[in-house]
Design a binder for this molecule. Structure first.
Ligand code: ZN
Length: 489
Protein backbone atom coordinates (compact mmCIF):
# COMPACT_ATOMS: atom_id res chain seq x y z
CA UNK A 1 0.00 0.00 0.00
CA UNK A 2 2.54 2.40 1.20
CA UNK A 3 4.83 1.84 -1.73
CA UNK A 4 2.08 2.12 -4.34
CA UNK A 5 0.94 5.33 -2.77
CA UNK A 6 4.40 6.78 -2.95
CA UNK A 7 4.75 5.68 -6.54
CA UNK A 8 1.35 7.17 -7.38
CA UNK A 9 2.27 10.48 -5.83
CA UNK A 10 5.56 10.43 -7.61
CA UNK A 11 3.83 9.87 -10.95
CA UNK A 12 1.47 12.73 -10.30
CA UNK A 13 4.43 14.85 -9.42
CA UNK A 14 6.13 13.96 -12.66
CA UNK A 15 2.98 14.55 -14.63
CA UNK A 16 2.55 17.99 -13.13
CA UNK A 17 6.11 19.05 -13.21
CA UNK A 18 7.82 17.71 -16.26
CA UNK A 19 5.60 19.06 -19.02
CA UNK A 20 5.64 22.55 -17.57
CA UNK A 21 9.39 22.54 -17.25
CA UNK A 22 9.76 21.37 -20.80
CA UNK A 23 7.18 23.87 -22.01
CA UNK A 24 8.93 26.76 -20.30
CA UNK A 25 12.26 25.81 -21.67
CA UNK A 26 11.06 25.26 -25.20
CA UNK A 27 8.56 28.01 -25.69
CA UNK A 28 10.36 30.62 -27.73
CA UNK A 29 10.15 34.22 -26.66
CA UNK A 30 7.87 36.13 -28.99
CA UNK A 31 8.40 39.56 -30.42
CA UNK A 32 5.42 41.83 -30.89
CA UNK A 33 5.75 45.07 -32.78
CA UNK A 34 2.77 47.37 -32.28
CA UNK A 35 0.76 44.37 -31.09
CA UNK A 36 1.60 42.12 -34.06
CA UNK A 37 3.71 39.00 -33.69
CA UNK A 38 6.87 39.26 -35.73
CA UNK A 39 8.20 36.01 -37.13
CA UNK A 40 11.86 35.47 -36.63
CA UNK A 41 14.05 32.46 -37.11
CA UNK A 42 16.15 33.85 -34.26
CA UNK A 43 13.90 34.37 -31.25
CA UNK A 44 14.94 36.54 -28.30
CA UNK A 45 17.13 34.86 -25.72
CA UNK A 46 17.15 34.93 -21.96
CA UNK A 47 20.76 35.25 -20.87
CA UNK A 48 22.04 33.44 -17.81
CA UNK A 49 22.05 36.80 -16.06
CA UNK A 50 18.32 37.07 -16.78
CA UNK A 51 18.49 39.74 -19.42
CA UNK A 52 16.33 39.50 -22.47
CA UNK A 53 18.37 40.05 -25.57
CA UNK A 54 16.79 40.39 -28.96
CA UNK A 55 18.00 39.95 -32.53
CA UNK A 56 18.99 43.34 -33.88
CA UNK A 57 18.14 42.80 -37.51
CA UNK A 58 14.60 41.57 -36.94
CA UNK A 59 13.85 44.49 -34.64
CA UNK A 60 15.47 47.23 -36.59
CA UNK A 61 14.24 46.11 -39.99
CA UNK A 62 10.71 45.83 -38.71
CA UNK A 63 11.08 49.36 -37.39
CA UNK A 64 12.24 50.48 -40.82
CA UNK A 65 15.92 50.86 -40.02
CA UNK A 66 18.82 49.95 -42.23
CA UNK A 67 21.35 47.52 -40.77
CA UNK A 68 24.81 46.57 -41.97
CA UNK A 69 27.32 44.20 -40.46
CA UNK A 70 31.07 44.31 -40.86
CA UNK A 71 32.23 40.77 -40.11
CA UNK A 72 35.90 41.73 -39.90
CA UNK A 73 35.37 44.38 -37.25
CA UNK A 74 32.32 42.58 -35.82
CA UNK A 75 30.64 45.91 -36.09
CA UNK A 76 26.92 46.55 -36.53
CA UNK A 77 25.78 49.84 -38.04
CA UNK A 78 22.17 50.95 -37.93
CA UNK A 79 20.83 53.95 -39.79
CA UNK A 80 17.51 55.41 -38.78
CA UNK A 81 16.64 58.76 -40.25
CA UNK A 82 19.28 61.10 -38.90
CA UNK A 83 20.48 58.67 -36.23
CA UNK A 84 23.59 56.57 -36.63
CA UNK A 85 23.96 53.74 -34.15
CA UNK A 86 27.05 51.61 -34.02
CA UNK A 87 28.23 48.82 -31.76
CA UNK A 88 30.76 46.04 -31.76
CA UNK A 89 29.89 42.53 -30.68
CA UNK A 90 31.03 41.54 -27.19
CA UNK A 91 31.67 45.16 -26.22
CA UNK A 92 29.26 46.74 -23.75
CA UNK A 93 29.32 50.08 -25.51
CA UNK A 94 27.13 51.69 -28.10
CA UNK A 95 27.75 54.85 -30.09
CA UNK A 96 24.81 56.95 -31.07
CA UNK A 97 25.63 59.86 -33.36
CA UNK A 98 29.17 59.73 -32.03
CA UNK A 99 28.17 59.71 -28.37
CA UNK A 100 29.39 56.77 -26.35
CA UNK A 101 26.76 55.00 -24.27
CA UNK A 102 27.48 52.22 -21.79
CA UNK A 103 25.33 49.09 -22.04
CA UNK A 104 24.57 46.76 -19.15
CA UNK A 105 25.00 43.73 -21.39
CA UNK A 106 27.33 43.45 -24.34
CA UNK A 107 25.76 42.64 -27.70
CA UNK A 108 26.57 39.07 -28.73
CA UNK A 109 26.37 36.93 -31.79
CA UNK A 110 24.48 33.66 -31.83
CA UNK A 111 23.68 31.48 -34.86
CA UNK A 112 24.96 34.26 -37.07
CA UNK A 113 22.67 36.88 -35.54
CA UNK A 114 23.55 39.92 -33.45
CA UNK A 115 21.62 40.33 -30.24
CA UNK A 116 21.17 43.48 -28.15
CA UNK A 117 19.62 43.83 -24.67
CA UNK A 118 16.09 45.24 -24.86
CA UNK A 119 17.04 48.20 -22.71
CA UNK A 120 19.61 49.30 -25.27
CA UNK A 121 16.92 49.16 -27.92
CA UNK A 122 14.30 51.05 -25.96
CA UNK A 123 16.73 53.78 -25.09
CA UNK A 124 18.42 54.25 -28.41
CA UNK A 125 16.08 53.14 -31.15
CA UNK A 126 13.22 55.48 -30.35
CA UNK A 127 10.76 52.72 -29.50
CA UNK A 128 8.98 51.68 -26.32
CA UNK A 129 10.05 48.18 -25.35
CA UNK A 130 8.59 46.05 -22.58
CA UNK A 131 9.20 42.54 -21.40
CA UNK A 132 6.04 40.71 -20.43
CA UNK A 133 6.95 37.75 -18.27
CA UNK A 134 3.43 36.29 -18.22
CA UNK A 135 3.28 35.83 -21.99
CA UNK A 136 7.04 35.44 -22.45
CA UNK A 137 7.07 38.18 -25.02
CA UNK A 138 8.90 41.34 -25.92
CA UNK A 139 6.44 44.05 -26.90
CA UNK A 140 7.75 46.90 -28.98
CA UNK A 141 5.57 49.92 -29.40
CA UNK A 142 6.67 52.46 -31.95
CA UNK A 143 3.66 54.73 -31.52
CA UNK A 144 4.26 55.92 -27.97
CA UNK A 145 7.58 57.43 -28.75
CA UNK A 146 6.97 61.03 -29.66
CA UNK A 147 9.29 63.96 -29.64
CA UNK A 148 8.09 67.50 -30.04
CA UNK A 149 8.44 69.52 -32.11
CA UNK A 150 9.21 67.20 -35.02
CA UNK A 151 12.11 69.36 -36.17
CA UNK A 152 13.93 68.89 -32.88
CA UNK A 153 16.58 66.24 -32.71
CA UNK A 154 15.87 66.05 -28.99
CA UNK A 155 18.91 65.10 -26.98
CA UNK A 156 16.67 64.23 -24.10
CA UNK A 157 14.91 61.63 -26.11
CA UNK A 158 17.41 58.95 -25.44
CA UNK A 159 18.84 59.90 -22.14
CA UNK A 160 22.03 61.24 -23.56
CA UNK A 161 21.73 64.81 -22.65
CA UNK A 162 24.48 64.62 -20.12
CA UNK A 163 27.04 63.25 -22.47
CA UNK A 164 26.32 65.73 -25.21
CA UNK A 165 25.99 68.91 -23.18
CA UNK A 166 28.71 71.32 -22.27
CA UNK A 167 30.87 70.18 -19.38
CA UNK A 168 29.98 73.26 -17.31
CA UNK A 169 26.43 72.11 -17.38
CA UNK A 170 26.85 68.55 -16.32
CA UNK A 171 26.89 69.03 -12.59
CA UNK A 172 23.37 70.41 -12.80
CA UNK A 173 22.04 67.70 -15.02
CA UNK A 174 19.52 65.28 -13.73
CA UNK A 175 21.04 61.90 -13.13
CA UNK A 176 21.35 60.05 -16.37
CA UNK A 177 20.51 56.48 -17.00
CA UNK A 178 23.40 54.92 -15.23
CA UNK A 179 23.76 51.54 -16.74
CA UNK A 180 26.11 50.30 -14.10
CA UNK A 181 24.08 51.17 -11.05
CA UNK A 182 20.57 50.90 -12.32
CA UNK A 183 17.83 48.68 -11.05
CA UNK A 184 18.56 45.54 -12.99
CA UNK A 185 22.19 45.26 -12.14
CA UNK A 186 21.59 46.02 -8.49
CA UNK A 187 19.19 43.18 -8.08
CA UNK A 188 20.73 39.94 -7.07
CA UNK A 189 18.33 37.15 -7.82
CA UNK A 190 18.82 34.10 -5.65
CA UNK A 191 20.07 30.96 -7.30
CA UNK A 192 16.83 29.16 -8.05
CA UNK A 193 15.21 32.20 -9.61
CA UNK A 194 18.12 33.19 -11.70
CA UNK A 195 16.37 32.40 -14.93
CA UNK A 196 13.06 33.89 -13.97
CA UNK A 197 12.84 37.06 -15.99
CA UNK A 198 9.81 38.28 -14.10
CA UNK A 199 12.12 39.07 -11.22
CA UNK A 200 14.01 41.59 -13.21
CA UNK A 201 11.78 42.88 -15.92
CA UNK A 202 8.40 42.94 -14.22
CA UNK A 203 6.77 46.32 -14.54
CA UNK A 204 4.40 47.93 -12.11
CA UNK A 205 1.59 49.64 -14.04
CA UNK A 206 2.67 53.15 -14.85
CA UNK A 207 0.65 56.31 -14.97
CA UNK A 208 0.10 57.87 -18.41
CA UNK A 209 0.94 61.38 -19.50
CA UNK A 210 -2.16 62.49 -21.40
CA UNK A 211 -1.96 66.16 -22.31
CA UNK A 212 0.26 69.20 -22.02
CA UNK A 213 -1.64 72.44 -22.44
CA UNK A 214 -0.32 75.98 -22.51
CA UNK A 215 -2.16 78.63 -20.55
CA UNK A 216 -0.38 81.92 -21.15
CA UNK A 217 3.00 81.46 -19.52
CA UNK A 218 1.85 78.37 -17.60
CA UNK A 219 1.80 74.74 -18.59
CA UNK A 220 -0.81 72.30 -17.40
CA UNK A 221 0.30 68.70 -17.50
CA UNK A 222 -2.45 66.14 -17.21
CA UNK A 223 -1.99 62.49 -16.31
CA UNK A 224 -4.44 59.61 -16.27
CA UNK A 225 -4.09 58.73 -12.60
CA UNK A 226 -3.23 60.86 -9.60
CA UNK A 227 -0.24 58.79 -8.47
CA UNK A 228 3.14 60.02 -9.65
CA UNK A 229 6.14 61.92 -8.47
CA UNK A 230 7.80 64.80 -10.23
CA UNK A 231 11.11 66.53 -10.09
CA UNK A 232 11.97 69.89 -11.65
CA UNK A 233 15.48 70.96 -12.55
CA UNK A 234 16.59 74.29 -13.96
CA UNK A 235 19.38 74.17 -16.52
CA UNK A 236 21.48 76.87 -18.16
CA UNK A 237 23.18 77.34 -21.49
CA UNK A 238 20.67 77.13 -22.99
CA UNK A 239 18.09 77.98 -20.34
CA UNK A 240 15.49 75.28 -19.85
CA UNK A 241 13.33 73.61 -17.26
CA UNK A 242 13.34 69.84 -17.09
CA UNK A 243 10.48 68.01 -15.43
CA UNK A 244 10.94 64.31 -14.77
CA UNK A 245 7.82 62.27 -14.09
CA UNK A 246 8.56 58.99 -12.38
CA UNK A 247 6.35 55.97 -12.98
CA UNK A 248 5.05 57.53 -16.17
CA UNK A 249 4.64 56.50 -19.77
CA UNK A 250 3.51 58.59 -22.70
CA UNK A 251 -0.09 58.11 -23.70
CA UNK A 252 -0.38 56.88 -27.29
CA UNK A 253 -2.83 59.74 -27.81
CA UNK A 254 -0.52 62.44 -26.52
CA UNK A 255 -0.19 65.22 -29.07
CA UNK A 256 2.49 67.87 -29.40
CA UNK A 257 1.34 70.89 -27.45
CA UNK A 258 0.76 73.93 -29.59
CA UNK A 259 2.85 76.71 -28.16
CA UNK A 260 1.51 80.18 -28.73
CA UNK A 261 3.99 83.01 -29.02
CA UNK A 262 5.01 84.19 -25.58
CA UNK A 263 7.95 85.98 -23.98
CA UNK A 264 9.19 83.10 -21.82
CA UNK A 265 9.43 79.83 -23.71
CA UNK A 266 9.74 78.72 -27.29
CA UNK A 267 9.04 75.00 -27.19
CA UNK A 268 7.89 72.15 -25.00
CA UNK A 269 9.36 68.75 -25.76
CA UNK A 270 8.70 65.42 -24.13
CA UNK A 271 10.02 61.92 -24.39
CA UNK A 272 9.93 58.50 -22.85
CA UNK A 273 13.24 59.13 -21.16
CA UNK A 274 13.54 55.77 -19.52
CA UNK A 275 11.73 52.48 -19.29
CA UNK A 276 11.91 50.05 -16.46
CA UNK A 277 11.54 52.09 -14.29
CA UNK A 278 9.40 54.27 -16.52
CA UNK A 279 10.17 57.93 -16.66
CA UNK A 280 8.88 60.69 -18.87
CA UNK A 281 10.92 63.81 -19.35
CA UNK A 282 9.40 67.14 -20.33
CA UNK A 283 11.73 69.90 -21.43
CA UNK A 284 10.65 73.53 -21.62
CA UNK A 285 12.99 75.54 -23.85
CA UNK A 286 13.20 78.97 -22.28
CA UNK A 287 13.85 82.25 -24.01
CA UNK A 288 15.22 83.72 -20.79
CA UNK A 289 15.59 82.86 -17.14
CA UNK A 290 12.30 82.52 -15.33
CA UNK A 291 10.98 82.44 -11.81
CA UNK A 292 8.73 79.42 -11.56
CA UNK A 293 6.52 77.40 -9.30
CA UNK A 294 5.24 73.90 -9.81
CA UNK A 295 2.22 72.47 -8.06
CA UNK A 296 0.59 69.06 -8.17
CA UNK A 297 -3.20 68.96 -7.92
CA UNK A 298 -4.61 65.44 -8.19
CA UNK A 299 -3.81 64.35 -11.75
CA UNK A 300 -2.59 67.78 -12.82
CA UNK A 301 0.82 69.32 -12.62
CA UNK A 302 0.83 73.07 -13.03
CA UNK A 303 4.00 74.88 -13.95
CA UNK A 304 3.74 78.65 -13.65
CA UNK A 305 6.46 80.84 -15.05
CA UNK A 306 7.14 84.55 -14.98
CA UNK A 307 10.17 86.59 -16.01
CA UNK A 308 12.92 86.17 -13.48
CA UNK A 309 13.65 89.22 -11.36
CA UNK A 310 17.41 89.43 -10.86
CA UNK A 311 18.64 90.91 -7.62
CA UNK A 312 21.62 93.20 -7.98
CA UNK A 313 23.25 94.65 -4.89
CA UNK A 314 24.81 98.07 -5.52
CA UNK A 315 27.30 98.91 -2.83
CA UNK A 316 28.37 102.53 -2.47
CA UNK A 317 31.75 102.11 -0.77
CA UNK A 318 32.47 103.63 2.63
CA UNK A 319 29.99 106.23 4.02
CA UNK A 320 29.16 107.88 7.32
CA UNK A 321 32.12 107.83 9.66
CA UNK A 322 34.29 106.31 6.90
CA UNK A 323 34.91 108.90 4.15
CA UNK A 324 37.11 106.58 2.11
CA UNK A 325 40.01 108.26 0.41
CA UNK A 326 40.10 112.00 -0.13
CA UNK A 327 40.81 113.91 -3.29
CA UNK A 328 43.60 116.37 -3.92
CA UNK A 329 41.09 119.20 -3.73
CA UNK A 330 39.38 117.82 -0.61
CA UNK A 331 36.58 115.73 -2.17
CA UNK A 332 35.56 112.59 -0.32
CA UNK A 333 35.38 109.19 -1.98
CA UNK A 334 32.18 108.23 -0.12
CA UNK A 335 30.27 111.06 -1.84
CA UNK A 336 31.35 110.01 -5.31
CA UNK A 337 30.47 106.38 -4.57
CA UNK A 338 27.00 107.26 -3.31
CA UNK A 339 26.28 109.62 -6.20
CA UNK A 340 26.99 106.91 -8.79
CA UNK A 341 25.12 104.22 -6.82
CA UNK A 342 22.03 106.43 -6.62
CA UNK A 343 22.18 107.04 -10.37
CA UNK A 344 22.31 103.29 -11.06
CA UNK A 345 19.34 102.81 -8.76
CA UNK A 346 17.43 105.49 -10.65
CA UNK A 347 18.14 103.80 -13.99
CA UNK A 348 16.38 100.69 -12.67
CA UNK A 349 13.48 102.55 -11.09
CA UNK A 350 10.72 101.01 -13.19
CA UNK A 351 12.53 97.93 -14.38
CA UNK A 352 10.58 94.67 -14.12
CA UNK A 353 13.57 92.39 -14.53
CA UNK A 354 16.22 93.90 -12.27
CA UNK A 355 15.72 94.70 -8.62
CA UNK A 356 18.45 96.95 -7.25
CA UNK A 357 19.23 96.64 -3.57
CA UNK A 358 21.41 99.41 -2.13
CA UNK A 359 23.73 98.70 0.78
CA UNK A 360 23.23 102.37 1.63
CA UNK A 361 21.28 105.22 0.02
CA UNK A 362 22.52 108.00 2.24
CA UNK A 363 25.63 108.99 4.16
CA UNK A 364 25.63 106.02 6.53
CA UNK A 365 28.16 103.34 7.29
CA UNK A 366 27.07 99.72 7.09
CA UNK A 367 30.01 97.51 8.07
CA UNK A 368 31.65 95.43 5.38
CA UNK A 369 30.22 92.29 6.97
CA UNK A 370 26.75 93.80 6.96
CA UNK A 371 27.05 94.51 3.24
CA UNK A 372 28.18 90.95 2.58
CA UNK A 373 25.43 89.56 4.79
CA UNK A 374 22.79 91.63 3.01
CA UNK A 375 23.78 90.29 -0.40
CA UNK A 376 24.19 86.70 0.74
CA UNK A 377 20.93 86.56 2.69
CA UNK A 378 19.01 87.96 -0.28
CA UNK A 379 20.53 85.37 -2.56
CA UNK A 380 21.53 88.22 -4.82
CA UNK A 381 22.55 87.43 -8.39
CA UNK A 382 25.25 90.06 -8.67
CA UNK A 383 27.18 92.41 -6.37
CA UNK A 384 28.84 95.64 -7.53
CA UNK A 385 30.87 97.78 -5.17
CA UNK A 386 31.59 101.34 -6.33
CA UNK A 387 34.82 103.03 -5.25
CA UNK A 388 37.51 105.50 -6.25
CA UNK A 389 41.19 104.99 -5.64
CA UNK A 390 44.16 106.98 -4.40
CA UNK A 391 47.91 106.54 -4.33
CA UNK A 392 49.82 108.59 -1.82
CA UNK A 393 52.76 110.50 -3.20
CA UNK A 394 52.02 109.54 -6.80
CA UNK A 395 49.75 112.23 -8.19
CA UNK A 396 50.46 111.12 -11.77
CA UNK A 397 48.84 107.73 -11.38
CA UNK A 398 45.49 107.80 -13.15
CA UNK A 399 43.09 105.22 -14.45
CA UNK A 400 40.32 102.72 -14.06
CA UNK A 401 40.54 99.25 -12.48
CA UNK A 402 38.06 96.44 -11.98
CA UNK A 403 38.65 93.92 -9.19
CA UNK A 404 37.27 90.48 -8.53
CA UNK A 405 38.24 87.68 -6.13
CA UNK A 406 36.57 84.47 -7.20
CA UNK A 407 36.79 82.81 -10.58
CA UNK A 408 33.00 82.89 -10.93
CA UNK A 409 33.21 86.70 -10.88
CA UNK A 410 35.74 86.96 -13.68
CA UNK A 411 33.23 86.84 -16.48
CA UNK A 412 31.33 89.85 -15.18
CA UNK A 413 34.57 91.71 -14.42
CA UNK A 414 35.62 91.23 -18.04
CA UNK A 415 32.21 92.32 -19.21
CA UNK A 416 31.93 95.54 -17.20
CA UNK A 417 35.52 96.73 -17.39
CA UNK A 418 35.56 98.02 -20.99
CA UNK A 419 32.28 99.88 -20.39
CA UNK A 420 33.76 101.48 -17.30
CA UNK A 421 37.00 102.51 -19.05
CA UNK A 422 34.99 103.98 -21.89
CA UNK A 423 32.81 105.91 -19.45
CA UNK A 424 35.67 107.46 -17.48
CA UNK A 425 37.97 107.97 -20.44
CA UNK A 426 40.90 107.31 -18.09
CA UNK A 427 43.84 104.95 -18.53
CA UNK A 428 42.90 101.30 -18.62
CA UNK A 429 44.68 99.86 -15.59
CA UNK A 430 43.15 96.47 -16.19
CA UNK A 431 41.13 93.77 -14.54
CA UNK A 432 42.75 92.64 -11.30
CA UNK A 433 42.21 90.17 -8.51
CA UNK A 434 42.24 91.14 -4.85
CA UNK A 435 40.70 89.87 -1.64
CA UNK A 436 38.58 92.89 -0.73
CA UNK A 437 36.15 91.76 1.93
CA UNK A 438 32.93 92.60 0.06
CA UNK A 439 33.94 90.69 -3.06
CA UNK A 440 35.66 87.87 -1.19
CA UNK A 441 32.85 86.83 1.15
CA UNK A 442 29.86 87.42 -1.08
CA UNK A 443 28.61 84.19 -2.58
CA UNK A 444 27.51 85.54 -5.96
CA UNK A 445 29.58 87.05 -8.79
CA UNK A 446 30.98 90.25 -7.30
CA UNK A 447 33.19 93.06 -8.55
CA UNK A 448 34.71 96.18 -7.03
CA UNK A 449 35.14 99.14 -9.35
CA UNK A 450 37.95 101.63 -8.79
CA UNK A 451 36.70 104.20 -11.25
CA UNK A 452 39.67 106.53 -11.04
CA UNK A 453 42.32 108.07 -8.76
CA UNK A 454 41.22 110.92 -6.49
CA UNK A 455 44.92 111.48 -5.83
CA UNK A 456 45.16 112.55 -9.47
CA UNK A 457 43.73 115.99 -10.06
CA UNK A 458 42.46 115.15 -13.56
CA UNK A 459 40.65 112.00 -12.44
CA UNK A 460 39.28 113.76 -9.39
CA UNK A 461 37.85 116.66 -11.33
CA UNK A 462 36.18 114.38 -13.87
CA UNK A 463 34.76 111.96 -11.29
CA UNK A 464 32.92 114.77 -9.55
CA UNK A 465 31.18 116.05 -12.69
CA UNK A 466 27.57 114.94 -13.13
CA UNK A 467 28.36 113.95 -16.73
CA UNK A 468 31.08 111.45 -15.80
CA UNK A 469 29.01 110.09 -12.94
CA UNK A 470 26.08 109.58 -15.30
CA UNK A 471 28.32 107.85 -17.86
CA UNK A 472 29.70 105.51 -15.16
CA UNK A 473 26.17 104.70 -13.99
CA UNK A 474 25.21 103.99 -17.61
CA UNK A 475 28.24 101.73 -18.01
CA UNK A 476 27.21 99.72 -14.95
CA UNK A 477 23.63 99.61 -16.25
CA UNK A 478 24.72 98.33 -19.67
CA UNK A 479 26.97 95.66 -18.20
CA UNK A 480 24.27 94.40 -15.85
CA UNK A 481 21.73 94.21 -18.65
CA UNK A 482 24.12 92.47 -20.96
CA UNK A 483 25.07 90.01 -18.23
CA UNK A 484 21.46 89.01 -17.65
CA UNK A 485 20.51 89.14 -21.30
CA UNK A 486 18.04 91.95 -20.80
CA UNK A 487 17.08 94.03 -23.77
CA UNK A 488 17.07 97.70 -22.96
CA UNK A 489 13.76 99.31 -23.82
ZN1 ZN B 1 37.15 102.85 -1.52
Amino acid sequence: MERRRILFLFLIFLFLLVPSVVMAAEKPIQILIDGKVVLSDAPPIMTNTSRVIVPVRVISENLGYYVTYDSKKKEVNIVSGQDRIRFVLNQATLWKNGTKIALDVAPISKNGRSFLPIRAISENFGAHVKWDASTQSVAIDTKVDTVVPPSETGNEQNGQEQTTDKPTDTKEEPSPVDETTNDETNQKPDQENQNDPSQLEEIAPSNELQTIVQDGTSLIIETKETEFTHKLIELNQPNRLVIDLEGMILSPNLKSPEIAENELFSAVRYSQFQLNPDQVRIVVDLKKKVDYSIEKRDNLLILQMKPKVFKVVIDAGHGGKDPGTSGVSGTREKDFNLAVALLVNTLYQNNQEIQVIMTRDSDTYPTLDERVELANSLGADLFISIHANAMTGKPDVSGTETYYTHEESRFFAQLIHPYLVEATGFNDRGIRTAGFRVIKYTTMPAVLLESGYLSNSGDEAALFTPETQQRIAQAIFKAINEYFGIKEA
